[in-house]
Design a protein around this ligand. Structure first.
Ligand code: GDP
Ligand code: GDP
Length: 462
C-alpha cells in the first residue's frame, strides 16, 4: 500500500512548490476535485526509491478567527488520511501566530508530524530555524523546496516508520530497492519470479471506482447477486476499501469496493463520503480497474483525474458507462460522441454501456476484465519482442537526431502488469514522442494487447 504524506501549513510557506517538486519526477497528474475536496490536491510522487501519495491541503490562514474550524474543515480529513504530516513553516518569515495555532492543533493528532522549515536557501538556516523549536514538535528539518535541497532526505525520514511497519508486516528485512537498471532487468528476465505473473491461479483484484453517485454500490451489489445482503462491518477508517472475494465462471476475483464503507456509515453529506485517498489506494492495489461513469452526467474533470491516476499507476482499465437505461437514441448518440472526444486519449480500454440498476451489460464487463488482466500479464519471448522491434523499425525508420539516426539494437521484457518493454539502442533518449507513440501502438497491435497500457523503457547502448 502506498504511504500518504500530507502537506500542511499557512499560505505562502511553499507547500505547492514542494508538492510540485515531489510529483514532477513522476510526471504525475494532479487531481483537483473541486466541490468534493475543496482545495486539496493529490499527486502520485516519487523520491528516489520511494513511491507515495502526496496531498497538498491548501492554505490554512491562521490569522483568521476560528482556526480550529478552518482546520477541521479544510485539512482534517487530509490529516486523518495521511500516514505522515509535513508541517511547513517559512524560515525567512519566522514564526507566526498562525504557525502556533496550527502546531497546537497538530500536537493533538495521533500522527507522525515532521516540522519542516522551508526557504532556507541563502540564509543561515540554523539561526533562522531555532525559534521553531518553541512549537514543541521536535526536530526542525531544513529544506529549500524551490531548489530541492533537503527534500530527498526529508522524504526518506518521513517514510521510515511507514516502511518499517510494512517490512514488519511482510517479514521483509530490507525493502530499499537498489535501482540499478541492469540489475532490474536481470530480475525481470527471470519470468517465473514475477509475482504478478500467474494468471491462472491468482484471483484478479478488481477495483470498482468512480465519483459519488455514479452507481458503484448498485453495480457491486448487482455483480454479487441481488439477494445477497452485504453487511459491511469491517472496522476501518474512511480510507479503507472493502475487499470482497467472489467466483465467476470458475475464475476467482477480489472486488475492491470503494463505495462500501460509505453505505455502512450512512453519512448524509455526499461531499464528505468520497475519499480520493481510498480510491488511489484501491487503484494501486488492483490488477484491473473498473471505472464507472454516469452516462447522464457525461465525463467530468474528476472522471478524467481518476483515469489519469489509473494510467499513471499503469493499471489495466475497463470503462463502464452506467445508467444507460431509459435514454433515447438521440441522447445516446450525443453521449457517445462526447465520450469519443474526451476519452480519445485512452485508446486501449474497452468501453461498456451498462445499467447496473437493471443488470444490462453487467455480465459482459467480466469478459473485458479477464481480457485486460490476460493482456497485462501476457508473457512474450525476447525473440518475439525483438522481431516486433525490427519490423517497426523497418516499416518506419526512427528519425535523425543531431545528424545521426536513432537506432534500436535489442529488446526484452522489463516486467508485467503493466507490460514493460525495454529497448536498447543509440540515442534512444532523444526519440520524439510521436515515434514513441508509433512504437507503442505497433507493439499493441502485434501483441494483441487490450485493456492495459504498455510501457516502453529506453536504454542507451547495447
Ligand atoms: P503555498 O501557498 O504554501 O503553496 O506556497 P507556494 O509554494 O505557492 O510558495 C510561496 C512562495 O514562496 C512562492 O513565491 C515560491 O516561489 C516561494 N518559495 C517556495 N519555496 C521556496 C524556497 O525553498 N526558497 C525560496 N527562496 N522561496 C521559496
Ligand atoms: P455510488 O455512490 O457510486 O455507489 O452510487 P449508487 O450505487 O449509490 O447509485 C447512486 C444512484 O444512482 C442511486 O439512486 C441508484 O439507484 C442510481 N443508479 C445506479 N445505477 C443506475 C442505473 O444503471 N440506472 C439508473 N437509472 N440509476 C442508477
Amino acid at each position: 500500500m502506498l504511504p500518504v504524506i500530507a502537506l500542511v501549513g499557512r499560505p505562502n510557506v511553499g507547500k505547492s512548490t514542494l508538492f510540485n517538486r515531489l510529483t514532477r519526477t513522476r510526471d504525475a497528474l494532479v487531481a483537483d476535485f473541486p466541490g468534493l475536496t475543496r482545495d486539496r490536491k493529490y499527486g502520485q510522487a516519487r523520491s528516489d526509491d520511494y513511491e507515495f501519495i502526496v496531498v497538498d491541503t491548501g492554505g490554512i490562514d491562521g490569522s483568521e478567527t476560528g482556526i480550529e474550524v478552518e482546520m477541521a474543515e479544510q485539512s482534517l480529513l487530509a490529516i486523518e488520511e495521511a500516514d505522515v504530516v509535513l508541517f511547513l513553516v517559512d524560515a525567512r518569515a519566522g514564526m507566526t501566530v498562525a504557525d502556533q495555532a496550527i502546531a497546537d492543533h497538530l500536537r493533538k493528532q495521533d500522527k507522525t508530524i515532521l516540522l519542516v522549515a522551508n526557504k532556507t536557501d541563502g540564509i543561515d538556516a540554523d539561526s533562522h530555524c531555532a525559534e521553531f523549536y518553541q512549537l514543541s514538535l521536535g526536530e526542525v528539518f531544513h529544506i529549500a523546496a524551490s531548489h530541492g535541497r533537503g527534500v530527498t532526505s526529508l522524504i526518506e525520514i518521513a517514510l521510515q516508520p511507514v516502511i518499517e511497519e510494512y517490512n514488519k508486516l511482510h517479514g521483509i528485512e530490507v525493502n530499499v530497492l537498489d535501482e540499478n537498471d541492469d540489475e532490474f532487468s536481470e530480475i525481470y528476465e527471470n519470468d517465473e519470479d514475477l509475482e504478478d505473473y500467474n494468471p491462472e491461479d491468482k484471483p484478479i483484484k478488481l477495483a470498482i471506482i468512480g465519483r459519488p453517485n455514479v452507481g458503484k454500490s448498485t453495480l457491486t451489489n448487482r455483480i454479487l447477486g441481488e439477494d445477497r445482503v452485504i453487511v459491511y462491518d469491517a472496522p476501518g477508517t474512511t480510507r479503507d476499501s472493502v475487499y470482497i472475494p467472489m467466483t465467476r465462471n470458475d475464475r476467482e476475483y477480489i472486488l475492491i469496493d470503494t463505495a462500501g464503507v460509505r453505505k455502512r456509515k450512512k453519512v448524509s453529506d455526499v461531499v464528505e463520503k468520497f475519499s480520493v485517498i481510498k480510491t488511489l489506494k484501491a487503484i494501486e492495489d488492483a490488477n484491473v480497474v473498473l471505472i464507472v461513469v454516469d452516462a447522464r452526467e457525461g465525463i467530468s474533470d474528476q472522471d478524467l483525474s481518476l483515469l489519469g491516476f489509473t494510467l499513471n499507476a499503469g493499471r489495466s482499465l475497463v470503462i463502464a458507462v452506467n445508467k444507460w437505461d431509459g435514454l433515447d437514441d438521440y441522447v445516446k448518440d450525443r453521449i457517445k460522441t462526447e465520450l469519443d472526444r474526451r476519452l480519445g486519449f485512452i485508446d486501449f480500454a474497452r468501453i461498456h454501456f451498462i445499467s447496473a440498476l437493471h443488470g444490462t451489460g453487467v455480465g459482459h464487463l467480466f469478459e473485458s476484465v479477464d481480457e485486460a488482466y490476460k493482456s497485462a500479464t501476457k508473457r512474450v519471448s525476447t525473440s518475439m519482442l525483438r522481431r516486433i522491434m525490427d519490423m517497426a523499425q523497418s516499416d518506419h525508420q526512427p528519425p535523425m537526431v543531431s545528424g545521426r539516426r536513432v537506432k534500436f539494437k535489442y529488446a526484452h521484457a522489463g516486467g508485467y502488469n503493466p507490460p514493460i518493454i525495454v529497448i536498447h539502442g543509440n540515442q534512444v533518449h532523444k526519440l520524439p514522442t510521436s515515434y514513441k507513440r508509433y512504437l507503442m501502438n505497433y507493439y499493441r497491435k502485434a501483441l494483441n494487447v487490450m485493456g492495459t497500457p504498455i510501457k516502453i523503457e529506453f536504454r542507451e547502448g547495447d
